[in-house]
Ligand binder design. Structure first.
Ligand code: ADP
Ligand code: ASP
Ligand code: MG
Length: 425
């Protein structure tokens, strides 16, 4: 008998009918001779709606209370799904993250899984039950508080449980047929990939392709979990994320596996900062102490009449949600940093091109920048890794940029990709 972990995302359990559909799918999997452990997200856009509510009652909601609030979303869907399964005559038990043994550090809103002790889940499975676990949440032993794993974190719950239970496969069910060459909501001609190597998947997730939570992909790589992404609403076999090296070596490396867009970033420019050793360190120490994770950094060539009064500008990108606190921290340290002025911009978008074959192929940047130029898109910043090139454009041009670049790399398919549900929020 195989042990299957299945994760159903918010759009898969968006209303009562969808929950009943998912219940039937799960029972079919059990009837095919498997033990089934299910991880479930909050219904539809519940998490966003709860966040909106929190922001209506408070300008700065406490992390602990936010986690108490947001975890309620997954609790609703786990109980409803369990009831629907019971109603169809199968045995099922639902568990919160802490009941399922998801132990985390104490960082509210972005906790990391430290340990998984799924004894109750294993017991439930051995007793012939389908075990339903609330995704996205855990428990910290020191603070004895409930935590959440960051937006999209139910994927990580599923992979962590699959590793701890030694499951045969971990299936991530969503509202599209698998991992595509681009977000089908942005690039309708995107094509589904049958397989993707874990390195490219990591880069795509990091670049904003929210089909998989980046930490779920990291976890799958480290623990060699077989991951499959597929749709709740079709029987398409989906996309296999290959984590074992033999498999990856047998794959023909595509130069470009896909493109991704990210609209969640803002940028800050520190203008007129003295061009002397230690100033960049001081800027980024201030940013780090404010608790922000930065992404791209660019420093321009210093200007000034001689070496002693040379100044330069440093530009970096960070999550929009961290913008205010970082601007405040930089303003507070203006005396030490001695810059002339600060500028910020929330109207930016990031476009990334990812492919393991970039290691060995030249000319990728030429195709990328030619496509952007032909589409009349101005590039504000550039960064690269071994298998990724990212550019910052204006927010209103990033989707056009994605479509132009997708086409330029010959990724366009003949048919339009199907998006079965969800609002894309
Ligand atoms: P779920 O609620 O199932 O976790 P998400 O909304 O988190 O679903 O992720 C699924 C969405 O990810 C898709 O509807 C699609 O718009 C988006 N997406 C972004 N990049 C990709 C990609 N490369 N392939 C497939 N979907 C993508
Ligand atoms: N419900 C959470 C979110 O919307 C977790 C998840 O869906 O994975 O981010
Ligand atoms: Mg998701």
């Amino acid at each position: 008998m195989a042990l299957v972990v299945q994760k159903y995302g918010g759009s898969s359990v968006g209303d009562a009918e969808k929950i009943k559909h998912v219940a039937r799918r799960i029972i079919d999997t059990q009837n095919a001779g498997n033990q089934v452990c299910v991880v479930v997200s909050a219904m539809g856009d519940t998490t966003d709606e709860l966040l909106d509510l929190a922001n209506q009652v408070s300008t700065n909601p406490e992390g602990r209370e936010l986690d108490m609030l947001l975890t309620a979303g997954e609790r609703i869907s786990m109980a409803l799904l369990s009831m629907a399964i019971n109603d169809l005559g199968a045995k099922s038990l639902s568990f919160t993250g802490s009941q399922a043994g998801i132990i985390t550090d104490e960082v509210h809103g972005n906790a990391r899984i430290a340990e998984v002790t799924p004894d109750r889940v294993a017991e439930a499975l051995d007793g012939g039950n389908i075990a339903i676990v609330a995704g996205f949440q855990g428990f910290n032993r020191d603070s004895k508080d409930i935590t959440t794993l960051g937006r999209g974190g139910s994927d990580t719950t599923a992979v962590a449980l699959a590793a701890a239970l030694n499951a045969d496969v971990c299936e991530i069910y969503s509202d599209v047929d698998g991992v595509y060459t681009a977000d089908p909501r942005v690039v309708p001609t995107a094509q589904k990939l049958d397989v993707i190597d874990v390195e490219s998947m990591l880069e795509l997730a990091a670049a904003g392709a929210k089909i998989l939570h980046i930490r779920a992909v990291e976890f799958a790589r480290r623990h060699k979990v077989d991951l499959r992404v597929r749709s709740t609403f079709s029987n398409d076999p989906g996309t296999i994320v290959l984590s074992d090296e033999d498999g990856v070596n047998q794959m023909e490396e595509s130069v470009v596996s896909g493109v991704a867009t990210d609209k969640s970033q803002a940028k800050i420019t520190v203008i007129g900062i003295p061009d002397i050793p230690g100033k960049a360190a001081a800027v980024f120490t201030t940013v780090a102490e404010a608790g922000a994770n930065i992404d791209m950094i660019v420093q321009n060539t210093p200007t000034g009449s001689d070496v002693t009064d040379a100044v330069s500008d440093i530009t970096f990108t960070l999550p929009k949600g961290d913008l205010k606190k970082v601007l405040d921290a930089l303003a507070q340290n203006r005396g030490v940093l001695s810059y002339r002025e600060l500028e910020s911009d929330e109207q930016i978008g990031k476009l990334s091109v990812v492919g393991a074959g970039m290691r060995t192929h030249s000319g990728v940047s030429a195709i990328l920048f030619r496509a952007l130029a032909e589409a009349g898109i101005n590039v504000e910043m550039i960064s690269t890794s071994e298998i990724r090139i990212s550019v910052i454009t204006s927010l209103d041009q990033v989707d056009d940029a994605a479509r132009a670049v997708h086409k330029a790399f010959d990724l366009d398919g003949d048919n339009e990709a199907i998006v079965y549900a969800g609002t894309g929020r």
